[in-house]
Design a protein around this ligand. Structure first.
Ligand code: BDP
Length: 702
């Protein structure tokens, strides 16, 4: 009896499950994991065309095969099937053969490719030609990208090649799984289970990178642990390197300069000490024995408490060259220029240039100096770093921050394409843009990846990873073109939805600047975590840790005087640029308070006083965010529910927090300048004391 009841109950349950399974619309969960590689089925004319052409990848002869070409074939087949959207279509009479021709020179050089349709021929073909196999893989991804954007095979004819040799992600991931300045969960690197187990995510990561041309990854934080150079880690690194090799991705490691002492048993890390040199030589040889294409070392030295050559009275060049000798022509030493000293009272914006400029010409050929986009630290807006115009005899690489430490973490929508376009196109003087300076070398982006299903904390933050890769491939691409490509692949190709999404992406970074740090202000964020406004912080031990150090507001005025009457940081720029920026009337108002200290009633080009303009900027920023939320909510029918809701919630947070930035900042400035608000302007709802007391114990980076 009891047995029968149980069987009945199970049967009933089974029926319910079957009914649920049958009645659910067969929908594909859009949790963002597939990034821009969704290859959503085409529709309309594009779909009909692809179906009638039924492109098939022509077989590759056994002798020509390689693991990279196997990936290319697999990607093409997977992508084409997905774009077609249905199971196997009836074979076309004369299907288009996609030919991977990877040993000819299409005139592009290394890693480049050409895409050539010959659809009218008797045997229609689409040829992906390259000089090397990685070029063929890049060409395959390019073909899929073009198709995914809605273009037909016949319209896709292009020749392309990466502009710069090094296109690297820098992960600030610690071996314990915490990601410094990470807002997307834990580290994606599973050091505990490596080398025995390789997570599928490591392959999906390589696919995502290769699809946008990223060709290297520094897998650990610049604030490095020496033990990552020990044999057990070399085995783990080898497993990753082997997995990524087919995708053209080389592995790099952040090396702690004091490693010879920390793990090598020596009592010094002096770069001129023969035992230290020998230690690095042996360590480097050991790594290359396991990983023959190891990319090299990234080093943060004598910066924010990290050890370095200056601990022994040696220069950055002494340190870098010593390691470069160990690496030889097998790889590269990337030496970071992000330095400022706890003992130096010079304007922090000047210190890197002051330390490095005298070393121009002293670095070995296989040393690269990696310079952040601006002279302080990844602020929402900074002028370009003066080192880009001042080190003609040094190989300089640009460091960008993809993760949004200072732009609202993953909570705020801020598409960084326009910010990076701004620095890449900046004129350094002497007829070279920043892009011209770095093109022979490369670009690095501090990654925003994490264990979250959507990789980046929010779907829109995936666009920043994407934009970094595309700009490293081609620094003259416009943010507009990048946003379009990304949106078509990530959300929708329908112009009625794509256009408003692209528009809000393009406005988003400026909105953040306006409600956080308008008119050239910088570094006003909360201590430690860097979240939210804290312009009132003036009492931290080091002067340059304090927002007050940066804004210098008092009763009379606001801004950092970096002209000759102040710190004269402006003199680090080309004289023509310095001359223009020295004049508060001639400088772009977006940089005014970075270089100038002006009275609150300073007259702006708009005719408003500085004070009124500042308030107007905050209001413009807040209004833009309200606009984004309205734009997004009108797109509900165009976006899958899961991603629609996730983004709606983020935008609601951004609306609240943009107001918070505005109100707290205005309340603080008023407490300093005692000025009334311009007429018709909303009063901050609370006093500055209220904002000052807010605490965020859960904020990442605390
Ligand atoms: C700052 C970050 C800090 C990094 C440092 C760096 O706050 O976590 O270690 O840059 O780039 O932006 O080394």
């Amino acid at each position: 009896m009891r047995g029968t009841k149980l069987v009945n109950r199970l049967a009933a349950r089974f029926t319910v499950l079957v009914v649920i399974a049958l009645s659910a619309t067969p929908s594909y969960a859009e949790d963002g994991y597939d990034l821009w590689l969704r290859f959503a089925p085409l529709d309309g004319v594009a779909a009909a065309k692809l179906k009638s052409q039924t492109p098939v990848v022509a077989p590759i002869s056994e002798g020509d095969r390689s693991s990279t070409l196997d990936v290319a074939v697999e990607e093409l087949e997977r992508g084409l099937t997905s774009l077609r959207g249905e199971g196997d279509p009836p074979p076309a009479q004369n299907p288009v053969q996609i030919i991977l021709d990877c040993g000819t020179e299409p005139g592009t050089g290394q890693s480049g490719f050409s895409l050539t349709p010959q659809l009218e021929a008797e045997r229609p073909t689409f040829r992906i030609a390259a000089q090397d196999h990685i070029g063929c893989l890049y060409g395959s991804y390019a073909l899929l990208r073009e198709l995914a954007a809605g273009r037909g095979l016949g319209e896709i004819s292009l020749i392309d090649a990466p502009a710069m040799p090094l296109r690297l992600l820098n992960h600030w991931d610690n071996p314990d799984g915490h990601v410094e300045r990470g807002y997307a969960g834990r580290s994606i690197f599973d050091w505990w289970n490596l080398p025995g187990r390789l997570d599928q995510r490591m392959i999906d990561y390589a696919r995502a990178n290769a699809s946008i041309g990223i060709n290297g990854a520094v897998v650990n934080n610049v604030n490095a642990r020496a033990f990552m150079l020990e044999p057990r880690y070399i085995a783990k690194l080898k497993r990753l390197a082997d997995a990524w090799r087919p995708y053209g991705i080389r592995i790099y490691v952040s090396a702690r300069f004091s490693a010879p002492r920390d793990i090598g048993g020596l009592d010094t890390a002096d770069p001129l000490d023969p035992a230290v040199r020998q230690w690095w030589q042996a360590k480097t040889d050991e790594i290359y024995a396991s990983i023959p294409d190891f990319g090299g070392f990234l080093v943060k030295a004598n910066s924010e408490g990290q050890p370095g050559p200056q601990d022994y009275g040696r220069s950055h060049a002494d340190g870098a060259n010593m390691m470069a000798e160990a690496v030889g022509d097998r790889g590269t030493v990337i030496w970071r220029a992000f330095v400022y000293s706890a003992e130096d009272d010079t304007d922090r914006a000047k210190q890197a240039y002051d330390e490095f400029k005298p070393l121009d010409g002293q670095f070995a050929d296989n040393v690269i100096v990696q310079v952040k986009n601006g002279p302080i630290d990844f602020q929402p807006r900074e002028p370009f770093h003066p080192m880009f115009g001042a080190m003609p005899k040094t190989r300089l690489m640009l460091e960008l921050q993809i993760t949004k430490e200072y732009l609202g973490f993953a909570s705020h929508l801020a598409f960084l394409g326009p910010m990076w376009e701004e620095v890449l196109t900046a004129d350094t003087g002497g007829e070279k843009s920043v892009a011209d300076v770095i093109v022979p070398v490369g670009m690095a982006g501090v990654a925003n990846t994490g264990s979250d299903r959507n990789w980046s904390g929010s779907v829109f933050d995936q666009a920043n990873w994407y934009a970094f890769g595309r700009l490293a491939w081609n620094p003259s691409m416009s943010s507009d073109a990048i946003a379009r490509e990304w949106t078509a692949q990530t959300f929708t190709r329908k112009p009625a939805a794509l256009e408003p999404i692209v528009r809000m992406m393009l406005e988003s970074r400026e909105a953040v600047v306006q409600y956080m740090t308008p008119l050239g202000l910088a570094h006003l964020m909360g201590t430690g975590h860097h979240y939210g406004p804290a312009p009132w912080v003036c009492d931290l031990a080091r002067p340059e840790w304090n927002p007050c150090y940066y804004h210098r507001a008092d009763r009379d005025g606001i801004g950092f005087d970096r002209t000759p009457s102040g710190s004269n940081a402006i003199s680090q720029y080309d004289p023509a640029i310095a001359a223009q920026w020295s004049d508060p009337a001639a400088i772009d108002p977006k940089l005014l308070l970075w270089f100038h200290r002006v009275d609150w009633d300073h007259r702006m080009a708009s005719g408003r006083t500085l004070w009124h303009e500042l308030v107007a900027e905050y209001d413009r920023g807040v209004a833009k965010v309200d606009g984004f939320a309205a734009t997004w909510s009108a797109l509900e029918s165009e976006i899958d529910p899961e991603r629609f809701r996730a983004i709606s919630e983020r935008l609601a947070i951004q609306q609240t927090e943009a107001r918070w930035w505005r109100d707290a900042s205005i309340a603080y400035w008023q407490s300093v300048n005692g000025l009334p608000l311009p007429e018709g302007t909303a009063k901050p709802p609370f006093s500055v004391e209220y904002y000052r007391k807010l605490e965020f114990p859960e904020a990442p980076g605390q």
